[in-house]
Write a protein that binds this ligand. Structure first.
Ligand code: HEC
Length: 118
């Protein structure tokens, strides 16, 4: 059985090692992606919205609307967050318009701001 000499054994084991290493690496990558997109609405709000709207929604920096007094429906809020205020103060948050949030994340953050002031 000449193929099982020490040299081919070395080649085989380094191949196995490479495969293991690569599979570990790709599983790490996908789990960090999951963590980012699974942030709850309150965290998305803290990271993206609190600087103007404040922790309770009523801070009003740069003329930001008091979210606790908003007359908009959930659908109107989602549309507004996606497109932004249009005057350059509140940006377009939709990834489709160059913003940082996916549709799913905008749904979550909009549902979260519905709970502000309750
Ligand atoms: C740079 C400051 C700023 C940031 C950051 C910001 N906003 Fe705003 N937001 C504003 C301003 C200013 C308005 C009022 C714009 C107008 O009425 O023309 C506004 C209005 C709104 C409205 C409309 C409320 C209403 O009843 O008319 C919603 C909803 C809203 N913001 C949600 C959010 C969410 C959610 C985030 C984070 C993803 C966010 N905002 C981040 C400044 C900001």
């Amino acid at each position: 059985m000449a193929i099982f000499n020490s040299r081919s054994c070395l080649v085989l084991s380094s191949l196995v090692f490479t495969v293991l290493f690569l599979s570990c690496d790709s599983s790490n990558e996908s789990s960090s992606v999951t963590t980012v997109s699974s942030l709850p609405g309150n965290k998305l709000y803290e990271q993206n919205c609190m600087s103007c709207h404040g922790k309770k929604g009523n801070l009003g920096v740069s003329g930001a609307t008091d979210l606790t007094q908003s007359q908009k429906t959930l659908e109107e809020k989602i549309a507004f967050i996606k497109s932004g205020s249009g005057d350059g103060i509140m940006m377009s948050y939709s990834k489709k318009k160059g913003g940082p949030l996916s549709d799913e994340e905008i749904d979550k953050v909009a549902n979260y701001i519905e709970t502000l002031g309750q």
